[in-house]
Design a protein around this ligand. Structure first.
Ligand SMILES: C[S@@+](CC[C@H](N)C(=O)[O-])C[C@H]1O[C@@H](n2cnc3c(N)ncnc32)[C@H](O)[C@@H]1O
Length: 214
């Protein structure tokens, strides 16, 4: 999803309190920014923000941080947040720099929703569930943490199952057709709506990491 830079993006950056300009400076101190020590959940590739906005709205006891590498898209996500939503921040950044944004142990859960499938075999290392990324997520979690992953792409889902299993993660709530399953409380993302309306099944899993159990 490539979006042309919009003229209003710079103004949004200046004025929108949900956009974090210097995430590295908050490393280890996000609770100070939020003004409380509630758990922190992050969404990687949050797109236009529907999922994180609704998640934050429904879960006031959690602080949410979205990370998105396209500036216009993250500015759109910021625009879509209500000013009174105090438990959500957005970072214009890349998952590659995750460990520059957070201290190990500062994040308890990661959402990866409909990430780019990088379909060619030679691109497998770019997939966000490749074990190179899993190593980064484990470092981020410190002792333990969890990843909630959704995709419409069967090949990416199969790849991800193999990566998580081969790397010692505990898998649960695996669904090969989320919308026909008895899973409750699903929050649809923009891409999820688009693909499911075309009749594609949605795949989902939860992966948990616990250093002590290794
Ligand atoms: C296919 S879209 C899905 C957006 C949203 N999660 C949804 O389900 O509607 C993937 C998003 O991830 C972002 N993205 C891809 N790679 C990323 C990375 N390495 N770091 C941060 N964001 C990334 C893209 O810019 C894009 O907005």
């Amino acid at each position: 999803m490539r979006v042309r830079k919009k003229a209003w993006t710079a103004a949004e950056y200046e004025s929108n309190p949900h956009l974090c300009h210097n995430p590295e400076e908050h490393k280890g101190k996000w609770s100070e920014l939020f003004g409380n020590s509630k758990p922190i959940y992050i969404e990687i590739g949050c797109g236009k923000g529907r999922f994180i906005s609704k998640s934050a709205y429904l879960n006031e006891d959690i602080n949410f941080i979205g990370i998105e590498r396209q500036s216009t898209i993250v500015a759109t996500a910021a625009r879509n947040l209500a000013p009174e939503q105090k438990n959500v921040m957005l970072i214009h950044g890349d998952v590659e720099n995750l460990l520059e944004f957070f201290e190990p142990g500062e994040v308890q859960r990661i959402y990866i929703n409909f990430c780019d499938p990088w379909p060619k075999k030679k691109w497998y290392k770019r997939r966000l569930t490749y074990r190179g990324f899993l190593a980064k997520y484990k470092e981020l979690f410190g002792g333990s943490g969890e990843i909630f992953f959704k995709t419409d792409n069967r090949i990416l889902f199969e790849f991800s199952l193999n990566e998580f299993c081969g790397d010692g993660w505990n898998l649960s709530n695996i669904s090969l057709d989320l919308h026909s399953s008895d899973f409750e409380g699903n929050i649809m993302t923009e891409y999820e709506e688009k693909f499911s309306s075309k009749g594609f099944p949605i795949y989902r899993l939860e992966a948990r990491w616990n250093k002590k159990q290794q």
